[in-house]
Design a protein around this ligand. Structure first.
Ligand SMILES: [Zn+2]
Ligand SMILES: [Zn+2]
Length: 137
């Protein structure tokens, strides 16, 4: 098991191990969510994740359609996970909240249309927009 947690530790997730689906996302919403030039999420089946603490929820429209629900700590403000309407069985976990130095690298790099020119994600599949096979836009 590995853990993800917010800055203060009030909100935490228990995860079964390293994720096989790590995605770097350069969309503007992920930039705003993280305050970083891009977001990186490790995706897990929702039933494999145990949540402790009581998050606040922020719902936004996803650039790839549907909504994304972001869950953040009401005390320190870190978003540590999210659920996308397009991927209802999965939870995205903020890789920065896992804080394991040798966590797997991204296998996909999405929304490169808004990627900062100096950012390079090596050894990943690259997408200008969403990697979703249907309803991609
Ligand atoms: Zn916190
Ligand atoms: Zn994004």
């Amino acid at each position: 098991m590995i853990n993800a947690r917010c800055s203060c530790g009030g909100l935490a997730l228990s995860l079964p191990g390293p994720s096989g689906l790590v995605v770097a996302c350069h969309c503007i919403d992920c930039q705003r969510r993280t305050g970083a030039p891009f977001g990186v999420g490790a995706f897990y089946p929702a039933e494999a994740v145990t949540i402790s603490g009581t998050p606040k929820e922020f719902v936004r429209a996803a650039a790839s359609g549907g909504t994304v629900r972001n869950y953040f700590c009401p005390d320190c403000g870190s978003t540590i996970y999210w659920k996308a309407e397009n991927l209802p069985a999965m939870i995205g976990v903020a890789v920065g909240a896992i804080a394991v130095a040798n966590d797997p690298a991204p296998v996909r790099s999405v929304f490169e249309q808004s990627k900062h020119a100096w950012v390079e994600i090596p050894d990943a599949e690259h997408f200008q927009r969403s990697s979703a096979p249907k309803n991609s836009n």
